[in-house]
Design a protein around this ligand. Sequence first.
Ligand code: ADP
Ligand code: MG
Ligand code: MG
Length: 447
Amino acid sequence: PSYTKADIKQIVQDEQVEFIRVTFTDVLGAIKNVEVPVSQLDKVLDNDLMFDGSSIEGFVRINESDMYLYPDLSTFMIFPWATDEHGGKVARLIADVYSKDRTPFKGDPRIALKDAVARAEAEGFTAFNVGTEPEFFLFKLDEKGEPTMELNDHGNYFDLAPLDRGENVRREIVLTLEKMGFEVEAAHHEVAAGQHEVDFKYSDAVDMADKIQTFKLVVKTIARKNGYYATFMPKPVSGINGSGMHTNMSLFDKDGNVFDGHDADKNLGLSDTAMHFLGGVLKHAPALTALANPTVNSYKRLTPGFEAPVYVAWSASNRSPMVRVPASRGLATRLELRSVDPTTNPYTVLAAILSAGLDGIDNKLEPSAHVDKNIYLMDENERKKAGIVNLPDTLLAALDELANDDVVIDAIGTHITDKFIEAKKIEYTSYRQFVSQWELDNYFMNY
Ligand code: ADP
Ligand code: MG
Ligand code: MG
């Protein structure tokens, strides 16, 4: 909703809000916030709230640590749950980060996404619309409130209670999201035990990225209230499906959905623009993987046999490739990128996907032919003939792809790219130094 400063002051007074939480997202995708008592509201609304950016992941050095938060007034909302012990109300505003000299900060992922959207607008598009399908697992909490590795149920895809014990939690999540302005389209039990999915209606990319961050907060909060721990880790349990966040997207202009080709017999009903966008996404897929799948654990999901993609390919009929073209046409004509997982930073990944697609449009890139066979049943030769390449299979390989892709680097800027790669290489090295149970099981007795 569009609020003025005066609207917000009025609501804060009428609802007796006690605290204002001003949030932003760091380079690695974590939500951060500065919370102030309501007496500081004017300062917040006047873009005068300062914080020390030097301790935020991927932000700045100690000697330039003063930063400003510029709240986006349209993101104002009061959390529908009590946030302190005496039940006082807390409101939030999502902010852009500005430097001390009051210029937009190059390390702010939300600003990077806004810049990418502005480039699309300059090419005549009115919106980059995105709808995501985030999945998560619910684990039981123990008596001390610590998460256990025990899943909340033994349910299966689209199961009903009593098998699906997550039903009540899921309903409460849906109702809470609706109170917060989400249009929830569907919520169901997923394929794995303890795994759930909630889908909400597509929106322009910045709003969707904001919603993804809010969504995670809601899921974690409501799960805990019900005695569960929610995790968006892509593969918490080996041997069963992991959690993805399929990302549906389309470009709109003043006449509607530009991806719709209006001719079912040509390109599966996709427009030339959609084909070129797809060509760009396929071309840049290896580098996009570093952002879409940014954790060591992400690559344990991207393995054959669990409905997650492993190859750079696209299809209309088949769910094994990286990009699927869902059957709906008209306003719902879209591309579904299936590799993305919920550990992604939604701002940087959407900036990068959009820029990859625009590169395809600008340079009229043609996608490879669509693959309608099950790719997992093709051998390496068949895949080679069909022009199908592998997605990077480790975080390190994906980071190397990112470091060599100027379109994706431009999309998020060199500040974010450098800080991201630096932090992720440290993460990878730390992982590599750890000796796992698998290694002990396989090597200890054999050597
Ligand atoms: P499926 O089951 O085929 O994977 P869903 O019906 O669950 O897909 O919908 C997935 C998402 O696609 C939803 O978030 C929906 O709002 C979104 N969506 C629908 N039309 C568009 C569009 N034109 N652009 C982007 N996202 C869209
Ligand atoms: Mg799903
Ligand atoms: Mg899907």
